[in-house]
Design a protein around this ligand. Structure first.
Ligand code: UDP
Length: 257
């Protein structure tokens, strides 16, 4: 009975991909292991090759079906898609894409801090609360002393566009934006052409964790691909978001098979 009700809700509530949108995204998605991706990242950072990384999770897929701008952005050759979230990895595999593993925004952020420090590059942090950014500064100064902080702006400023536009003049090597999906990706994409170089990534709640203001899931959860469960238990308000993205997404993928 519960299962029947659940199916009916999903049926009513889920948009069905009209075209091959989902396959297009899986076609262009990075599918190899994370080490290979980190090499590309480091190489581009070294060579000052501009790169915009979107860490795609089920929420990204679901939103893009209702949001034409987001969809165009994801399909654009300028954006590099990586599979963030076990839902995307499993969904891809179920429709015959050989996706090796998930590559998360926070792991990419940590790698960029490491490479930026090693290569003596500069970074701009945009988004999250001011107190989190203050803590980020302490962490970066302590653990990544050769990484130059080009600037920081919290994500609660009145006019994000106006503030973000100023960053291009500073010419940073790395720009991490923590505003949540899709605001962070849209902001990066809108201004991408104004920058000559830079690795750009929307990193969601990563500053909260890197700064030490929030705890990442224990290793066991990460290893077992249960990080999502930990986040829901810690913040039950995430449950609705989880339903609206992951559960509906799996339903959509089933229709694709
Ligand atoms: N945030 C922000 N400005 C806003 C809304 C959100 O700076 O107007 C920040 C928020 O403080 C948090 C991040 O955006 O640091 C989003 O985190 P969330 O955990 O929702 O992202 P997820 O990792 O789930 O994508």
């Amino acid at each position: 009975m519960i299962s029947f009700l659940f199916k009916m809700i999903l049926k009513y509530d889920t948009i069905i991909y009209e075209d091959d949108g989902m396959r297009k995204l899986f076609d262009k998605m990075y599918k190899e292991d994370c080490e290979g991706f980190y090499k590309i990242l480091k190489n581009n950072l070294k060579k000052e090759k501009k790169m915009f990384v979107v860490t795609a999770n089920p929420e990204t897929f679901m939103m893009s079906e209702k949001d034409e701008d987001l969809k165009n952005m994801l399909e654009d050759d300028e954006t590099t898609l990586v599979p963030d979230g076990i839902g995307v990895v499993k969904a891809g595999r179920s429709i015959k894409y050989d996706i090796k593993m998930r590559i998360t925004g926070i792991d990419i952020a940590y790698k960029l801090l490491e490479y930026g420090n090693e290569l003596k590059k500069s970074i701009y942090l945009f988004g999250s609360k001011q107190e989190v950014l203050d803590m980020m500064k302490d962490v970066l100064d302590k653990n990544y002393p050769n990484l130059k902080i080009a600037g920081m702006t919290n994500g609660y400023v009145k006019d994000k566009d106006k503030e973000y536009k100023k960053i291009s003049k500073l010419n940073p090597d790395i720009v991490l934006v923590a505003l949540g999906i899709p605001a962070q990706e849209k902001l990066i994409y809108k201004h991408l052409k104004e920058f000559k170089k830079g690795i750009f990534v929307g990193v969601g709640g990563s500053f909260d964790v890197i700064s030490g203001s929030k705890k990442r899931a224990p290793k066991f959860f990460i290893k077992c691909n249960l990080e999502w469960l930990y986040r829901i238990v810690k913040e039950p308000s995430r449950l609705k978001r989880f339903y609206n993205s992951n559960i509906k997404f799996l339903h959509v993928v089933r229709k694709y098979k």
